[in-house]
Design a binder for this molecule. Structure first.
Ligand code: KIV
Length: 266
Protein backbone atom coordinates (compact mmCIF):
# COMPACT_ATOMS: atom_id res chain seq x y z
CA UNK A 1 0.00 0.00 0.00
CA UNK A 2 1.35 3.42 -0.88
CA UNK A 3 1.62 6.21 1.70
CA UNK A 4 -1.48 7.65 3.33
CA UNK A 5 -2.87 10.73 1.59
CA UNK A 6 -2.61 13.91 3.68
CA UNK A 7 -3.95 17.44 3.30
CA UNK A 8 -0.54 18.83 2.24
CA UNK A 9 -0.24 15.78 0.00
CA UNK A 10 -3.14 17.09 -2.10
CA UNK A 11 -1.19 20.27 -2.81
CA UNK A 12 1.85 18.19 -3.73
CA UNK A 13 -0.28 16.20 -6.18
CA UNK A 14 -1.33 19.42 -7.91
CA UNK A 15 2.32 20.51 -8.09
CA UNK A 16 3.36 17.19 -9.62
CA UNK A 17 0.40 17.07 -12.01
CA UNK A 18 -0.95 13.87 -10.43
CA UNK A 19 -4.75 13.76 -10.66
CA UNK A 20 -6.76 13.31 -7.45
CA UNK A 21 -9.39 10.54 -7.57
CA UNK A 22 -12.24 11.13 -5.12
CA UNK A 23 -15.62 9.53 -4.51
CA UNK A 24 -18.33 9.67 -1.87
CA UNK A 25 -18.89 6.83 0.59
CA UNK A 26 -21.20 6.47 3.55
CA UNK A 27 -20.21 3.20 5.19
CA UNK A 28 -17.16 1.12 6.12
CA UNK A 29 -17.53 -1.59 3.46
CA UNK A 30 -17.56 0.76 0.48
CA UNK A 31 -14.85 2.88 2.12
CA UNK A 32 -12.66 -0.23 2.36
CA UNK A 33 -13.32 -1.08 -1.30
CA UNK A 34 -12.42 2.47 -2.34
CA UNK A 35 -9.23 2.39 -0.30
CA UNK A 36 -8.26 -0.90 -1.96
CA UNK A 37 -9.00 0.61 -5.39
CA UNK A 38 -6.50 3.41 -4.72
CA UNK A 39 -8.97 6.27 -4.19
CA UNK A 40 -7.11 9.35 -2.91
CA UNK A 41 -10.01 11.11 -1.18
CA UNK A 42 -13.21 9.61 0.22
CA UNK A 43 -15.93 12.18 0.85
CA UNK A 44 -18.74 11.61 3.31
CA UNK A 45 -21.03 13.87 1.35
CA UNK A 46 -24.27 15.30 2.63
CA UNK A 47 -25.68 13.68 -0.52
CA UNK A 48 -26.30 10.93 1.99
CA UNK A 49 -29.58 12.77 2.55
CA UNK A 50 -30.56 11.88 -1.00
CA UNK A 51 -28.86 8.57 -1.83
CA UNK A 52 -29.07 6.94 1.63
CA UNK A 53 -32.01 8.63 3.35
CA UNK A 54 -34.16 9.19 0.25
CA UNK A 55 -34.76 12.93 0.65
CA UNK A 56 -35.13 15.23 -2.39
CA UNK A 57 -32.36 17.57 -1.23
CA UNK A 58 -29.40 17.57 1.18
CA UNK A 59 -31.07 20.09 3.53
CA UNK A 60 -32.55 17.61 6.05
CA UNK A 61 -29.12 16.12 6.87
CA UNK A 62 -28.06 16.81 10.45
CA UNK A 63 -24.67 17.04 12.11
CA UNK A 64 -25.48 13.82 13.98
CA UNK A 65 -26.08 12.05 10.63
CA UNK A 66 -22.74 13.30 9.32
CA UNK A 67 -20.86 12.32 12.47
CA UNK A 68 -22.36 8.83 12.39
CA UNK A 69 -21.49 8.19 8.72
CA UNK A 70 -18.05 9.81 9.06
CA UNK A 71 -17.26 7.37 11.88
CA UNK A 72 -18.45 4.43 9.75
CA UNK A 73 -16.28 5.48 6.79
CA UNK A 74 -13.26 6.24 8.97
CA UNK A 75 -13.23 2.65 10.21
CA UNK A 76 -12.95 1.41 6.60
CA UNK A 77 -10.03 3.58 5.48
CA UNK A 78 -6.29 3.10 5.81
CA UNK A 79 -4.82 5.25 3.01
CA UNK A 80 -7.38 7.63 1.50
CA UNK A 81 -7.92 11.10 2.97
CA UNK A 82 -11.31 11.40 4.68
CA UNK A 83 -13.28 14.54 3.86
CA UNK A 84 -16.67 15.24 5.44
CA UNK A 85 -19.35 17.76 4.51
CA UNK A 86 -20.54 20.32 7.02
CA UNK A 87 -24.32 20.00 6.69
CA UNK A 88 -26.80 22.83 6.08
CA UNK A 89 -26.66 25.64 8.67
CA UNK A 90 -23.80 24.22 10.71
CA UNK A 91 -21.27 26.40 8.92
CA UNK A 92 -23.30 29.36 7.70
CA UNK A 93 -23.93 30.96 11.12
CA UNK A 94 -21.38 32.00 13.72
CA UNK A 95 -17.68 31.13 13.53
CA UNK A 96 -17.90 29.52 16.99
CA UNK A 97 -20.72 27.19 15.93
CA UNK A 98 -18.82 26.32 12.74
CA UNK A 99 -15.70 25.48 14.77
CA UNK A 100 -17.60 23.29 17.24
CA UNK A 101 -19.40 21.39 14.47
CA UNK A 102 -16.25 20.98 12.38
CA UNK A 103 -14.58 19.68 15.54
CA UNK A 104 -17.25 16.99 15.88
CA UNK A 105 -16.51 15.80 12.34
CA UNK A 106 -12.75 15.77 12.95
CA UNK A 107 -13.26 13.82 16.17
CA UNK A 108 -15.30 11.27 14.20
CA UNK A 109 -12.35 10.75 11.86
CA UNK A 110 -12.57 13.42 9.15
CA UNK A 111 -9.24 15.01 8.18
CA UNK A 112 -10.75 17.92 6.26
CA UNK A 113 -14.24 19.42 6.13
CA UNK A 114 -16.03 20.68 3.02
CA UNK A 115 -18.19 23.79 3.12
CA UNK A 116 -20.49 25.24 0.48
CA UNK A 117 -20.47 28.90 -0.52
CA UNK A 118 -18.30 32.01 -0.45
CA UNK A 119 -19.01 35.74 0.00
CA UNK A 120 -19.80 36.48 3.65
CA UNK A 121 -18.89 32.88 4.50
CA UNK A 122 -15.22 33.41 3.63
CA UNK A 123 -14.65 34.79 7.14
CA UNK A 124 -15.85 31.51 8.63
CA UNK A 125 -13.47 29.62 6.33
CA UNK A 126 -10.52 31.73 7.50
CA UNK A 127 -11.59 31.21 11.13
CA UNK A 128 -11.56 27.41 10.76
CA UNK A 129 -8.32 27.27 8.75
CA UNK A 130 -6.50 29.40 11.35
CA UNK A 131 -7.60 26.98 14.09
CA UNK A 132 -6.34 23.72 12.66
CA UNK A 133 -9.40 22.69 10.70
CA UNK A 134 -8.46 22.06 7.07
CA UNK A 135 -11.23 23.20 4.73
CA UNK A 136 -12.24 22.35 1.17
CA UNK A 137 -14.38 25.09 -0.38
CA UNK A 138 -17.28 24.17 -2.66
CA UNK A 139 -18.55 26.63 -5.31
CA UNK A 140 -20.58 26.54 -8.51
CA UNK A 141 -23.69 24.42 -8.00
CA UNK A 142 -23.90 24.34 -4.21
CA UNK A 143 -26.77 21.96 -3.37
CA UNK A 144 -27.39 23.53 0.06
CA UNK A 145 -28.43 26.68 -1.87
CA UNK A 146 -30.87 24.73 -4.06
CA UNK A 147 -33.83 26.91 -3.08
CA UNK A 148 -31.95 30.15 -3.80
CA UNK A 149 -30.65 28.75 -7.10
CA UNK A 150 -34.09 27.51 -8.18
CA UNK A 151 -32.94 23.93 -8.73
CA UNK A 152 -29.87 21.84 -9.45
CA UNK A 153 -28.61 23.86 -12.44
CA UNK A 154 -25.30 24.57 -14.18
CA UNK A 155 -23.67 27.70 -12.74
CA UNK A 156 -21.02 30.16 -13.93
CA UNK A 157 -22.27 31.00 -17.41
CA UNK A 158 -22.04 34.55 -18.78
CA UNK A 159 -21.47 37.31 -16.22
CA UNK A 160 -21.53 34.76 -13.42
CA UNK A 161 -18.12 33.45 -14.51
CA UNK A 162 -16.35 36.48 -13.01
CA UNK A 163 -18.19 35.97 -9.71
CA UNK A 164 -17.00 32.38 -9.50
CA UNK A 165 -13.41 33.33 -10.33
CA UNK A 166 -13.47 35.92 -7.53
CA UNK A 167 -14.99 33.39 -5.10
CA UNK A 168 -12.26 30.86 -5.91
CA UNK A 169 -9.55 33.46 -5.30
CA UNK A 170 -11.16 34.65 -2.03
CA UNK A 171 -11.40 31.10 -0.69
CA UNK A 172 -7.80 30.32 -1.64
CA UNK A 173 -6.66 33.46 0.16
CA UNK A 174 -8.75 32.50 3.21
CA UNK A 175 -6.71 29.30 3.46
CA UNK A 176 -8.70 26.46 1.90
CA UNK A 177 -6.66 23.35 1.12
CA UNK A 178 -8.78 22.41 -1.90
CA UNK A 179 -11.72 23.68 -3.92
CA UNK A 180 -14.61 21.58 -5.21
CA UNK A 181 -16.09 22.96 -8.45
CA UNK A 182 -19.56 21.61 -9.25
CA UNK A 183 -21.48 21.88 -12.53
CA UNK A 184 -19.68 24.77 -14.18
CA UNK A 185 -18.44 25.15 -17.78
CA UNK A 186 -15.22 23.23 -18.42
CA UNK A 187 -13.31 26.29 -19.77
CA UNK A 188 -14.14 28.25 -16.59
CA UNK A 189 -13.01 25.37 -14.36
CA UNK A 190 -9.79 25.13 -16.39
CA UNK A 191 -9.13 28.85 -15.85
CA UNK A 192 -9.79 28.62 -12.10
CA UNK A 193 -7.55 25.53 -11.86
CA UNK A 194 -4.78 27.39 -13.65
CA UNK A 195 -5.00 30.50 -11.48
CA UNK A 196 -5.62 29.24 -7.92
CA UNK A 197 -2.77 27.83 -5.85
CA UNK A 198 -4.85 25.01 -4.34
CA UNK A 199 -6.04 21.82 -6.04
CA UNK A 200 -9.47 21.84 -7.68
CA UNK A 201 -11.68 18.77 -7.59
CA UNK A 202 -14.41 18.83 -10.20
CA UNK A 203 -17.82 17.25 -10.59
CA UNK A 204 -19.38 18.31 -13.87
CA UNK A 205 -16.51 20.76 -14.32
CA UNK A 206 -14.44 19.18 -17.09
CA UNK A 207 -11.20 17.23 -17.29
CA UNK A 208 -8.79 20.10 -16.58
CA UNK A 209 -9.50 20.10 -12.82
CA UNK A 210 -6.74 18.72 -10.60
CA UNK A 211 -9.05 15.91 -9.52
CA UNK A 212 -12.54 14.48 -9.97
CA UNK A 213 -15.24 13.38 -7.57
CA UNK A 214 -18.43 11.41 -8.19
CA UNK A 215 -21.25 10.33 -5.94
CA UNK A 216 -20.71 6.60 -5.47
CA UNK A 217 -24.28 5.64 -6.35
CA UNK A 218 -23.97 7.51 -9.68
CA UNK A 219 -20.65 5.86 -10.50
CA UNK A 220 -22.22 2.45 -9.86
CA UNK A 221 -25.34 3.11 -11.93
CA UNK A 222 -27.73 3.57 -8.99
CA UNK A 223 -28.42 7.30 -9.37
CA UNK A 224 -32.08 8.34 -9.54
CA UNK A 225 -31.30 10.89 -12.30
CA UNK A 226 -28.40 10.67 -14.71
CA UNK A 227 -26.71 14.05 -14.98
CA UNK A 228 -24.56 14.79 -18.04
CA UNK A 229 -21.33 14.41 -16.02
CA UNK A 230 -22.12 10.96 -14.66
CA UNK A 231 -20.45 7.82 -16.02
CA UNK A 232 -21.58 4.38 -14.89
CA UNK A 233 -18.31 2.54 -14.23
CA UNK A 234 -20.08 -0.73 -13.39
CA UNK A 235 -22.05 -1.11 -16.62
CA UNK A 236 -20.62 -3.51 -19.14
CA UNK A 237 -17.81 -4.67 -16.83
CA UNK A 238 -17.67 -8.26 -15.65
CA UNK A 239 -15.68 -7.63 -12.49
CA UNK A 240 -18.17 -6.11 -10.05
CA UNK A 241 -17.84 -3.14 -7.71
CA UNK A 242 -14.12 -3.43 -6.95
CA UNK A 243 -13.20 -3.44 -10.62
CA UNK A 244 -15.57 -0.53 -11.32
CA UNK A 245 -13.90 1.53 -8.57
CA UNK A 246 -10.45 0.70 -9.97
CA UNK A 247 -11.61 1.67 -13.46
CA UNK A 248 -12.79 5.02 -12.11
CA UNK A 249 -9.47 5.71 -10.35
CA UNK A 250 -7.57 4.78 -13.53
CA UNK A 251 -9.77 6.99 -15.74
CA UNK A 252 -9.32 9.98 -13.41
CA UNK A 253 -5.55 9.46 -13.21
CA UNK A 254 -5.29 9.11 -16.99
CA UNK A 255 -7.45 12.20 -17.56
CA UNK A 256 -9.94 10.22 -19.63
CA UNK A 257 -12.83 11.00 -17.27
CA UNK A 258 -14.78 13.18 -17.81
CA UNK A 259 -14.83 13.27 -21.60
CA UNK A 260 -16.16 16.25 -23.60
CA UNK A 261 -19.69 14.81 -23.73
CA UNK A 262 -19.61 14.56 -19.91
CA UNK A 263 -18.71 18.26 -19.48
CA UNK A 264 -20.54 21.58 -19.90
CA UNK A 265 -19.61 24.30 -22.40
CA UNK A 266 -19.84 28.05 -21.85
O1 KIV B 1 -22.32 15.84 -0.90
C1 KIV B 1 -21.75 15.42 -1.91
O2 KIV B 1 -21.75 14.24 -2.21
C2 KIV B 1 -21.05 16.38 -2.74
C3 KIV B 1 -20.83 16.03 -4.18
C4 KIV B 1 -20.78 17.24 -5.02
C5 KIV B 1 -19.62 15.24 -4.41
O3 KIV B 1 -20.69 17.42 -2.29
Amino acid sequence: MSEAVTVPGLLAMKGEGRKIAAMTAYDASFARAMDAAGMDVVLVGDTLGMVVQGHKTTLPVTLADMVYHTGCVARGLARALLMADMPFLTFQGSCERALQDAGSLLRAGAQIVKVEGAGVLVDNVAYLCARGVPVCGHIGLTPQFVNSLGGFKVQGRGAQAAVLKAQAQDLAEAGVSALLLEAIPAPLAAEITETVSVPTIGIGAGAACDGQVLVMHDALGLGAHRARFVRDFLAGRGGGVSEALRAYVEAVRAGTFPGPSESYGE
